[in-house]
Design a protein around this ligand. Structure first.
Ligand code: PEP
Ligand code: MG
Length: 543
C-alpha cells in the first residue's frame, strides 16, 4: 500500500480504481514508414471508425439534447470525408513516408490555422472542429479511447489539473472522486466536487503507474491510499457506510422549513452549473436556485449557443423548479473559464481582465441573445437575472437600458415574458464600497465571496501556493458583508451569498445575525446548512 498526501477540498470517502485523465492534447511522434499504402489503409480504417463513433454520438445527442445540438456530430462526419482533408493526409504519408498519426496531426494543424485566419465568423469556428476530428482519428490510430475517461465503471479521476472546459465534458456518473496535482481550494473543480458531493484532493504528486490500481480517497484526512491492504480497505468500507447513514439522516430534513428555533426563516437556495444539476437540487430540497452559472452552457458548446438552445435550457430549469425562484447569472467567462471560440487572447492578469459583464457590455449582440433567451424562459417559471463582476453604477444603468431594449423587442414581437427581478453580484471591493448607490438600481444583491475574497485580499484564488493565506474569515471580508447587507436593506433590496462561504457552517449563525435573507450553496450542502439553522436560537438578539 502506498499513501500519498494532498489537501482536501471536499470531504468524503471514495473507493475504486484510479483512472489517470488523458488530456486532449495528443502526443504524436513522427516515424518513418516504408509501406505507405498500408499506412493509408490504416488512416482509411481509422477514419471510418471515427465516423461510426460520430454517428453513435449524433443518435445519443439527438435523443438527449435535440437536433440542433446534435448537428455538430453530423458536421464532423462530413468534414472527415472532405476531399482537401483526406488528400492532405494521404499526400503527407506518400511524399514524406511518415506514419498516419503524424500526417493527420499535421493536416489538422495546417487546416485549422487556415480556418482560424478567415474573416468569416462561421469559417473561423471550424478551426476547432478540424482539431477535434483530427484528435478523434489520432486517438483511434493510437488505440486510445476518448479523451479523459475511458472506463465503463466509476473511477477515481486523477489529473494534473482540470479546466472547466474539461470537466463539463466528463460523464459525471463515472467519477467517484477528483484528485489533482495542481488546482486550488477555490477552483471550479473543487466547486464541482461539492456539487457532486464527492471527495476531492489537490496537491497530490501522483505517478502514471497508478493508473488502473485500486485506491481509497480519504477526503477527511486529505490522502489517497493506493492498493490498500485488506484491513485498511475493510475499515474504509465501514467508514463509507457510516457516512452514507449520516447523509440518510439528513434526508429527514427534506420538506422541512429552513427556520431557527425562535422562528427566523431564511431562503436556502442551491448553486448549479448545468441543467443536469437540477436533479441534485430537487434531491436535496433546495428552496430555489440562487446561482445558475450560465457560462457552462457556453463552455459545453463548440460555438456560441443560440438563443433557442439557451431558451430551452433556461425554460427546463424554470419549469422543473415549478415556480421556485431561479436566479440566472449572465455569462461569466474569462479568467479560468476560457472558451476557445470567444478568442479572448492571452492576458497578463486574466482574473482582472476582459471577463464577465465587461465582455457582455463590449459585445452587446452576445449579451442580448442571452437576455432574450432568459426573458422568454421567464414566462415558464420564476426567473431573476443577476450580473457578475459589477464595479460601477454606470454599468448597471447600461445593463438596465439593454434589458429594457430586449423587453421592448419581445413585446413588439408579441413574445410573452414574466416578472423578472434584476440583481447584481457583489464580488469586487468597488461594488461593496458603493453598495448604497447600487442598491438604488436593483432588486437584490448576491455576494460572490470567492471573487470578493481574492480581490479584497489580493490573493489569486487559483494559486494553490496561496491557499494557506486565502482566508475568507478575514475581518475585512466580514465587515464588507455587513456593509452590503445594511446598504441593501436600507433601499429595500434583499441580500444573499452565493460564494462558497455561504456553506461554511462555522459562519451560518453570523450570517443570520448579520441579517442575510438568502444563502445559496452547493446542492449537497443544503440539508446540512438547514440542519444547522434549525438548531439555532437567535432569541438573545437585540431588536
Ligand atoms: C463568486 O465569485 O463567489 C461566485 C459565486 O462566482 P464564481 O465562483 O463562479 O466566480
Ligand atoms: Mg465570481
Amino acid at each position: 500500500m502506498k499513501v500519498l498526501e494532498g489537501k482536501s477540498v471536499y470531504g468524503g470517502i471514495a473507493i475504486g480504481k484510479i483512472s489517470i485523465f488523458a488530456k486532449g492534447d495528443r502526443q504524436v511522434k513522427r516515424t518513418s514508414i516504408e509501406d505507405t499504402a498500408a499506412e493509408i489503409k490504416r488512416f482509411d480504417e481509422a477514419k471510418e471508425k471515427a465516423k461510426e463513433q460520430l454517428k453513435a454520438l449524433y443518435e445519443k445527442a439527438l435523443h438527449e439534447v435535440g437536433e440542433v445540438n446534435a448537428m455538430i456530430f453530423d458536421v464532423h462526419q462530413m468534414m472527415l470525408d472532405d476531399l482537401d482533408y483526406v488528400e492532405s493526409v494521404t499526400n503527407i504519408i506518400e511524399t514524406q513516408h511518415v506514419n498516419a498519426e503524424f500526417a493527420v496531426a499535421t493536416t489538422g494543424d495546417n487546416l485549422s490555422d487556415v480556418f482560424a485566419s478567415m474573416e468569416d465568423a462561421y469559417m473561423k469556428e471550424r478551426a476547432a472542429d478540424i482539431k477535434d476530428i483530427s484528435n478523434r482519428v489520432i486517438r483511434i490510430l493510437q488505440d486510445r479511447e476518448a479523451d479523459g475517461l475511458d472506463s465503463d465503471e466509476p473511477v477515481i479521476l486523477v489529473a494534473e489539473d482540470l479546466a472547466p472546459s474539461e470537466t463539463v465534458q466528463l460523464d459525471k456518473s463515472k467519477v467517484l472522486s477528483f484528485v489533482t496535482r495542481l488546482g486550488s481550494t477555490n477552483s471550479h473543480t473543487a466547486i464541482l466536487a461539492r456539487t457532486m458531493n464527492i471527495p476531492a484532493l489537490i496537491g497530490v504528486g501522483y505517478s502514471e503507474e497508478m493508473d488502473g490500481k485500486m485506491a481509497v480517497v480519504d477526503g477527511f484526512e486529505g490522502k489517497i491510499l493506493v492498493e490498500p491492504d485488506e484491513d485498511t480497505l475493510r475499515q474504509y468500507e465501514g467508514r463509507k457506510e457510516e457516512e452514507e447513514k449520516k447523509k440518510k439522516l439528513l434526508q429527514d430534513l427534506k420538506g422541512k422549513e429552513t427556520v431557527t428555533l425562535d422562528g427566523r426563516t431564511i431562503h436556502l437556495y442551491a448553486n448549479i452549473g448545468s441543467v443536469s444539476d437540477i436533479a441534485s437540487v430537487l434531491a436535496n430540497d433546495a428552496d430555489g436556485i440562487g446561482l445558475f452559472r450560465s457560462e457552462f452552457l457556453y463552455l459545453e458548446s463548440d460555438t456560441y449557443p443560440t438563443e433557442e438552445e439557451q431558451f430551452k435550457a433556461y425554460r427546463t430549469v424554470a419549469e422543473t423548479m415549478a415556480g421556485k425562484r431561479v436566479i440566472i447569472r449572465t455569462l461569466d467567462i474569462g479568467a479560468d473559464k476560457q472558451v476557445e471560440y470567444f478568442d479572448l487572447g492571452k492576458e497578463d492578469n486574466p482574473a482582472m481582465g476582459y471577463r464577465a459583464i465587461r465582455i457582455c457590455l463590449d459585445q452587446p449582440d452576445i449579451f442580448k441573445t442571452q437576455l432574450r433567451a432568459i426573458y422568454r424562459a421567464s414566462h415558464y417559471g420564476t426567473i431573476s437575472i443577476m450580473f457578475p463582476m459589477i464595479i460601477s453604477v454606470d454599468e448597471v444603468k447600461k445593463i438596465k437600458e439593454i434589458t429594457e431594449e430586449v423587453r421592448k423587442e419581445l413585446e413588439a414581437q408579441g413574445i410573452p415574458y414574466g416578472e423578472v427581478e434584476l440583481g447584481i453580484m457583489i464580488e469586487t471591493p468597488a461594488a461593496v464600497m458603493i453598495s448604497d448607490l447600487l442598491a438604488k438600481e436593483v432588486d437584490f444583491f448576491s455576494i460572490g465571496t470567492n471573487d470578493l475574497t481574492q480581490y479584497t485580499l489580493a490573493i489569486d484564488r487559483q494559486n494553490p501556493k496561496l491557499d494557506p493565506i486565502y482566508d475568507p474569515h478575514h475581518e475585512a471580508l466580514l465587515r464588507m458583508l455587513q456593509m452590503v447587507v445594511d446598504h441593501g436593506h436600507r433601499e429595500g433590496c434583499w441580500v444573499g451569498i452565493c460564494g462558497e462561504l455561504g456553506a461554511d457552517t462555522a459562519l451560518t449563525e453570523t450570517f443570520l445575525r448579520m441579517g442575510f435573507d438568502e444563502l445559496s450553496v452547493s446542492p449537497s450542502m443544503v440539508l446540512k446548512v438547514r440542519d444547522v439553522i434549525r438548531r439555532m436560537d437567535l432569541s438573545d438578539e437585540e431588536v
